[in-house]
Design a protein around this ligand. Structure first.
Ligand code: NAD
Ligand code: GLY
Length: 345
C-alpha cells in the first residue's frame, strides 16, 4: 500500500506501508539509529539494504538526547565518513531518531536526502510523514528545527512486534486523534475493531497516513489546517512539562489533552457528552490514561503562553466538532478555559 505526498513546490515522495523490500542506493549512506533499535532490528534491515558504502551512527536512547549534541554527533560522523551532497541519511527508529536524523540531513552541507524507516507506531502514523524535523533545547520541545521532507518513508509493521505495550498505545492515541478530527467513519471503525492483529494495524496505519498526507499536501508549513494535528497537544505539552517528561509518554499526554479539549468543546456547544464519553472509552480500551489532576489551574493556564505555537500571545485551541470534524478557536474566554481546567483539578 502506497500513499503519496505531493507538495506544490514539486516535492513528491511515497510512503510505503508493507514488509520491507530491497532498498538500493549507490552513494554513501549513514544509518542513524539508537542502541535499543540497533540491538533489536539492525540485522533485519541490513538484509534489505543494497548499499555498498554504509556506516552507522548509534545514539543513546531517550527524548533527553534529542538535542544539538546528538546532531553534532551525527554531523561529525558524516564528515568523518566524507558524505557529500548526493549522500543519504536513513532514519531508523522512533520519532526521536526520525526528527534528529531528518534535521541533521536538512543542515549537512545545506541539505542532503534522507529516508525514514520508522519503528514505533507513533512514528509510523505521524512523525515520519510530513517533514517536521528538529530537536529540543532548554526553552522547550522541538524549538529548533526545519521542514525537510524525506525522499521516501518505509513503514514495516513487523517492527511493532517488539514495541512495549505502552509505546504501542501511545501511538494509538495519535491514531484516535486523526479519526476524531478528520474522519468519523474511521472513528467508528476504531470503536469496532481492536488493533491487535496485523490486518487491523495495517489498516489503521494506512488511514492515519492518508489523513496526514492530505493535511501536509495542503499545508506543509502549518499556516492553517496542519495545526489541527496538534489537537490535544496544547494541554499535553503543559502536562508533559509539569511532570518533567517522566510520567507520561507523549501519546498518553495527548490522550488526556484530547479529553480536556473535548470538555472545552462541550462547554461551548461543539460536542455532546455522549461523544466525549465515546472518546474516553476508546482511549481506556488501550489503557491510555484519562485522568490528570491539575494542581493549579492559573499556573496551567499561564503555561499555554510558553508554547511556541502561541508566541504571539494568542492561544490557538484545536477543538473537535462532534466526531470527525474540527474547528480552530483563538478567542476563547479565559473563564471558560479555567472552568474546564477546574473539571480536572
Ligand atoms: P521514541 O522515538 O523515543 O521511541 C520510543 C521508545 O521505543 C524508545 O525507547 C525507542 O528506542 C523504542 N523503540 C523504537 N522502536 C522500537 C521497536 N520496534 N521495538 C522496541 N522498542 C522500540 O518515541 P516516539 O513515540 O516514536 O516519538 C516521539 C518523538 O516524536 C517526540 O520527540 C516527538 O516530538 C516526535 N514527534 C514528531 C512528529 C513530527 O511530525 N516530526 C510528530 C509526532 C511526534
Ligand atoms: N505531528 C504534527 C505535525 O506533523 O504537524
Amino acid at each position: 500500500m502506497t500513499v503519496n505526498i505531493k507538495l506544490p513546490n514539486n516535492i513528491s515522495y511515497d510512503i510505503i506501508i508493507n514488509k520491507l523490500n530491497s532498498i538500493k542506493f549507490d552513494k554513501k549512506t549513514v544509518i542513524v539509529t539508537n542502541c535499543t533499535i540497533s540491538s533489536l532490528h539492525l540485522n533485519y534491515i541490513k538484509k534489505y539494504l543494497d548499499i555498498k558504502n554504509l556506516s552507522i551512527v548509534t545514539l543513546l536512547d531517550g527524548e533527553e538526547y534529542k538535542n544539538m549534541q546528538s546532531i553534532d554527533t551525527i554531523l561529525n560522523h558524516c564528515f568523518e565518513h566524507k558524505l557529500n551532497r548526493s549522500s543519504l541519511i536513513i532514519a531508523f527508529g522512533g520519532g526521536v531518531i526520525g526528527d534528529m536524523a531528518g534535521f541533521a540531513a536538512s543542515i549537512y552541507q545545506r541539505g542532503i536526502d534522507f529516508i525514514q524507516i520508522p519503528t514505533t507506531l507513533l512514528s509510523q502514523v505521524d512523525a515520519s510523514v510530513g517533514g517536521k524535523t528538529g530537536v529540543n533545547n532548554k526553552y522547550g520541545k522541538n524549538l529548533i528545527g526545519a521542514f525537510h521532507q524525506p525522499s521516501a518513508v518505509y513503514i514495516d509493521p513487523f517492527f511493532l512486534s517488539t514495541l512495549p505495550k505502552r509505546e504501542f498505545s501511545s501511538g494509538v492515541s495519535e491514531i484516535i486523534k486523526m479519526a476524531i478530527t478528520f474522519d468519523k467513519d474511521f472513528f467508528i471503525w476504531l470503536e469496532n475493531n481492536i488493533l491487535d492483529n496485523e490486518k487491523n494495524i495495517k489498516y489503521a496505519i494506512l488511514k492515519s497516513v492518508q489523513i496526514k498526507a492530505n493535511v501536509v499536501n495542503t499545508d506543509e508549513k502549518e499556516k492553517g489546517i496542519r495545526a489541527v494535528l496538534n489537537y490535544g497537544h496544547t494541554f499535553a505539552h503543559v502536562i508533559e512539562n509539569e511532570t518533567n517528561y517522566k510520567t507520561y509518554l507523549h501519546g498518553e499526554a495527548v490522550g488526556i489533552g484530547m479529553l480536556i479539549a473535548n470538555n472545552l468543546s462541550i462547554k461551548i456547544g461543539l460536542m455532546n457528552k455522549k461523544e466525549a464519553l465515546r472518546v474516553k472509552k476508546l482511549l481506556e480500551s488501550y489503557n491510555i490514561p484519562t485522568s490528570y489532576i491539575i494542581k493549579n489551574t492559573e499556573t496551567f493556564y499561564e503555561h499555554f503562553f510558553l508554547d511556541k505555537k502561541s508566541l504571539d500571545s494568542k492561544i490557538k485551541f484545536i477543538l473537535a466538532k462532534g466526531l470527525g470534524d474540527y474547528t480552530i478557536k483563538d478567542n476563547l474566554k479565559k473563564e471558560d478555559i479555567i472552568s474546564v481546567l477546574k473539571d480536572f483539578s
